[in-house]
Design a protein around this ligand. Structure first.
Ligand code: F0G
Length: 458
């Protein structure tokens, strides 16, 4: 077997950190990953990149060949693309759970209900801990360990903490999790606990947890693993690279992403722009970002001031993963919208619930925050922004089993009980399938089967 990890066959990329505000370049970040000069966010740049050094045709072949390799660094769907990532001198230093390599599904039912000829979903919920966070965590956790940190930490609506705790455990580090009390689904919380995180439930929201953590990392030697950490976004970039590989390097017209802290949309946008710059693809898909109407700071920011100044909101939505009012990466996301020509849209709670059940009807399933993509797409089609013959990919960010309580409440019909959405929720009735309680008899089961399928009656 060819050892693709040898430094000779695979020289590690030299990377630097550059401020997105003032452009200052540095080799090492402050503890809070903000620019020491102006306080803005940092991004990773590669000073040696040229399309001659990174030959797209050679790399496409090499990346495919690695799928047949048994080396951990090649089996990972992130590190398979390591020529476009910050380098490690010794690839054995990376912490990997074989993340990435997620499926691209055709979604015929969802295409029909949204008025499209064809629709795809890239399911990032099929990662080792059930969300897209793993693709960034493998890189950033590896950097933390290389820098000698014993502790890593994050504020989270649940998925980041699950992922961080897993990679920390795998890499022999301790992890500290700050989560908003009562607002993190049990699936996610239980993951953090099982992977050994010190888990603090704080009487505040995600934005409050984030504020506090920024102070903790200034005073204690813990490594910040939120998506302000630009290494996270570099890892998350690979979903876009892998998607282009799945499309045989023919970009789709649209990519639809949920927006919370706005790290993922920023990462995917960066990947598409870099792939275009390096000659891997000839056009860039429009990256559109969808938020819950109750947690819509980017929507308001774009509509009310064209993306110049963040309008924070008090966030409220049952899609708890994206219950974020003060997104850290808003400026990067605005850059992606502008550079790719994508749209920003918001969707109601009932629209999210309906979209989630439509995705389920394709046999796929996802968590509520992922379903905003389909709900938003339906609006973008109605508005004419997405045309029926265009190719569209939904990025599904989390697995259905992350938040089973939402799904159960939906089917029992009490998801919106006592809320403003209760009246509107009537339209969900045809989608609801509560469990049926029966006497334990064959006749009762057969009667139910016949009722459910009129054809059996005939
Ligand atoms: N979808 C899911 C399932 C998420 O968990 C998140 C964010 C998003 C979408 C939004 O992505 O923040 O990059 O815009 N979850 C974070 C967390 C905030 O703590 O798990 P984003």
């Amino acid at each position: 077997m060819t050892d693709h990890t040898s430094p000779k066959s695979n020289p590690a990329q030299r990377s630097q950190l550059r401020c997105i505000g003032c452009g200052v370049v540095c080799e090492k970040a402050e503890q809070n990953f903000h620019c020491a000069s102006c306080g803005d966010l940092l991004e990773i740049v590669y000073p040696d990149w040229t399309s001659t050094r990174l030959d797209p045709a050679r790399l496409r072949t090499l990346w495919r060949q690695r799928r047949a390799s048994g080396l951990p660094v090649d089996e990972s769907g992130v590190w398979r693309f390591r020529e476009l990532l910050p380098g490690f001198d010794d690839w054995h230093e990376i912490i990997t759970l074989r993340e990435g390599n997620t499926p691209l599904y055709e979604m015929p039912h969802c295409a029909r209900v949204s008025g499209l000829e064809q629709l795809y979903a890239k399911h990032q919920g099929m990662n080792p801990t059930g969300s897209f966070k793993d693709t960034g965590m493998t890189l950033a956790a590896s950097v933390a360990r290389r820098e000698g940190f014993r502790w890593v930490a994050c504020a989270s609506t649940g998925n980041t903490s699950a992922s961080m705790a897993a990679y920390a455990a795998r890499g022999g580090m301790r992890s500290l999790v700050l989560i908003p009390e009562g607002k993190v689904s049990w699936g996610k919380l239980s993951q953090a606990l099982d992977y050994g995180a010190v888990t603090c439930q704080l009487k505040t929201d995600f934005d409050g947890c984030m504020r506090l953590l920024n102070e903790v990392v200034q005073r204690m030697p813990v490594y910040l693993l939120n998506s302000v950490n630009p290494y996270r976004l570099e890892g998350q970039k690979t979903a876009a690279i892998e998607l282009m590989e799945q499309f045989d390097w023919q970009p789709s017209d649209h990519i639809i992403v949920p927006g919370g802290n706005l790290g993922n949309s920023s990462a995917l946008g960066k990947a598409f722009l870099e792939m275009k710059q390096l000659g891997f693809i000839s056009t860039v898909p429009k990256v559109s970002i969808i938020q819950a109407a109750g947690a819509n700071p980017l929507v308001r920011t774009m509509r009310e001031n064209g993306g110049k100044k963040l309008i924070s909101v008090q966030a409220e939505t049952a899609a708890s993963a994206i219950r974020i009012g003060n997104p850290a990466s808003w400026k990067k996301a605005v850059g992606v919208l502008q550079a790719t020509g994508g749209a920003v849209e918001q969707v109601s709670e009932v629209e999210i619930a309906l979209a989630k059940s439509e995705i389920g009807a394709d046999g796929i399933g996802c968590e509520p925050a992922s379903a905003v993509t389909l709900a938003g797409l339906m609006k973008l089609v109605k508005q004419g922004f997405v045309k029926s013959g265009e190719s569209v990919v939904l990025i599904l960010t989390g697995h259905l089993l992350k938040d089973p309580e939402f799904t159960l409440k939906f089917h029992r019909g009490d998801l919106f009980a006592g809320t403003e959405s209760e009246k509107e929720a009537d339209i969900l009735r045809p989608q609801q399938r509560a469990p049926i309680v029966l006497d334990a008899t064959t006749d009762a089961v057969i009667r139910t089967l016949k009722e459910a399928d009129g054809r059996l009656e005939a």
